[in-house]
Design a protein around this ligand. Structure first.
Ligand code: G1P
Length: 266
């Protein structure tokens, strides 16, 4: 729920899915966090209040945020057993078609929905697909890492994926970023795999195990990814959004110019 300027990060992820035509969303949360449901459910009382006071702009904003009760669900991860376990808690909601996974702390600033770009590419090549960025050797051990075999445009064919490798042993510098299009069979793998890196059930391990049935692709999306799980990444994301914000950008530029010692015309 961390806000980026005027919306919580989770909402950017929801907007990314909507722009991609995804209709049903399962949020994975942890117990004792009622805010998520409060934020997305329709608040009839507030809508009536705003409408009786003719606050049409505010009404539009909250109507835009709320999701239909038939289109979103929340599952709870009661123990912190890892990302793979978190995704596994949504198993009952996934039928027999590929599904998308978004990690909202990986904020992707782009003109075109990143998950939408992946859905388009996936429609042609299938398999399991993960977003990827070349993060360099110094940073790679903080990520899942693809063993890249070949490239076709933005799609990288991978012969494996390993979670948080030591930098000397990393098969490449292509990191897994928090956007995935996965086959339902990955959820079956999650039921049987053993804890991996950090003693946690890792999504990358299930994707690697699923390679006996499905090809693995990395996808280099168009856009910039910011790691909002780090202070510097969160700050950079805030600035990136502010620069594009028609009301905030002028004051941001003015303040930066003043700080840099430039005169600013009124
Ligand atoms: C998770 C995944 C990792 C991926 C990363 C992207 O790691 O396990 O494979 O590279 O997200 O942000 P975490 O950041 O939870 O340690």
């Amino acid at each position: 729920m961390l806000p980026l300027i005027d919306k919580p990060l989770i909402q950017y992820a929801v907007e990314e899915t909507r722009a991609a035509g995804i209709e049903n969303i399962v949020f994975v949360s942890s117990p004792g966090k009622p805010m998520l449901n409060d934020y997305f459910r329709t608040n009839v009382w507030l809508e009536n209040e705003l409408s009786s006071k003719n606050k049409t702009d505010e009404l539009r904003v909250i109507r835009d945020v709320s999701l239909s009760p038939k289109s979103f669900w929340i599952t709870y991860q009661t123990e912190a057993l890892g990302l793979g376990h978190a995704i596994w808690t949504a198993k009952e909601f996934v039928k027999d078609k590929p599904f998308a996974v978004l990690l909202p702390d990986d904020f992707i600033h782009s003109d075109r929905s990143a998950i939408g770009q992946m859905i388009e590419a996936h429609a042609t090549i299938g398999g399991n697909m993960v977003a990827t960025v070349d993060v360099g050797r110094e940073a790679i051990s903080a990520y899942g890492c693809l063993d890249v075999e070949a490239r076709a445009g933005r799609c990288l064919s991978a012969s494996g994926v390993v979670e948080k490798p030591a930098k000397e042993k990393a098969p490449s510098t292509h990191a897994v970023i928090g956007r995935y299009i996965l086959q339902p069979s990955v959820l079956d793998r999650l039921s049987t795999i053993r804890p991996g890196a950090g003693g946690e059930i890792q999504l990358t391990d299930a994707i690697a195990a699923d390679m006996v049935s499905n090809d693995l692709w990395g996808y280099e999306f168009e856009g910039t990814r910011y790691d909002c799980g780090s202070q510097a990444g969160y700050l950079e994301a805030t600035v990136a959004v502010a620069i594009d914000h028609k009301e905030l950008a002028p004051s941001l530029y003015r303040n930066l110019a003043l700080k840099a010692g430039f005169g600013v015309a009124a």
